[in-house]
Design a protein around this ligand. Structure first.
Ligand code: IMP
Length: 240
């Protein structure tokens, strides 16, 4: 039994004979190992955000501020954008998080999100950022969506967001949180706040588009805001 804790032998505990004492020492040792693993993650206090999208970065920074974790965009490390080869948000987010963590050597958080329109079978979905082709343009994406939905009366849509946080590049247990935000696609853009499809994303209960909401309000009710609240809860559970 002593052989599996050689460090304890080194400091003279090899003379202990009673099994009760040995079990106690094993418990102390494993509690110490577990807490130091968590502390190692927390002591970094720095999280790389695997995105170059200024709108996303601003929202994520605001939403994580209460956790007192320093949030650094991947551009600070000159990390190029990761590929998004998958047909689903989850795998793309995981890919982005691992890529940013591998390049920076830090824990990394990725957001993969998009707008999903009912009559388009959930499209543009994972293609939201590049819906109107390269180079990425919010304005051209919005115009294309209006054209595609030109003669459609069913305008139901939702934003979807999945967040993936990896403590290190090969983390086998990433923290994952997802959320949706229901709305409709308007017939013309309204409002100047937010980014992406926000000027077209209409919230019937509020009588406003997402781009007409004050940023604090969008952060409270949006897909990203809700997913970040869930992720923050998981982080707190890990800390406590
Ligand atoms: P990603 O960087 O591949 O996750 O692309 C996300 C894209 O989805 C953005 O470029 C926007 O077009 C759209 N999107 C995601 N979240 C929002 C939002 O909160 N408001 C507006 N558009 C969003």
């Amino acid at each position: 039994m002593y052989n599996i804790i050689p460090d304890l032998d080194l400091i003279g505990f090899g003379k202990l004979q009673k099994s009760g004492k040995i079990i106690f020492l094993l418990l102390v040792y494993s509690a110490y190992s577990a807490s130091s693993a968590v502390n190692k993650f927390l002591s970094m206090k720095k999280l790389v955000i695997a995105s170059n999208n200024p709108g996303k970065l601003r929202e994520i920074k605001e939403l994580l501020a209460p956790l007192k974790i320093e949030v650094v965009p991947q551009s600070s490390f000159n990390i190029p954008e990761a590929d998004e080869p998958h047909a689903n948000f989850m795998e793309n987010a995981l890919n982005k998080a691992r890529h940013a963590s591998r390049c920076s050597g830090l824990p990394a958080l990725a957001d993969d999100s998009g707008i999903c329109v009912d009559v388009l079978n959930g499209g543009p979905g994972v293609l939201s950022a590049r819906y109107a082709g390269e180079p990425k343009s919010d304005e051209r994406n919005n115009l294309k969506l209006l054209q595609v939905l030109h003669s459609t009366t069913d305008r139901k849509a939702h934003y979807y967001c999945v967040l993936v946080l990896v403590r290190h590049a090969d983390d086998p247990q990433p923290l994952i949180a997802e959320a949706q935000w229901q709305g409709e696609i308007l017939h013309e853009p309204r409002g100047n706040n937010g980014f992406g499809y926000d000027p077209l994303f209409y919230l019937p209960q509020l009588g406003k588009t997402a781009a007409e909401l004050p940023p604090e309000m969008k952060n409270q009710i949006s897909h990203r805001g809700k997913a970040l609240a869930l992720l923050a809860q998981k982080l707190r559970e890990e800390i406590n």
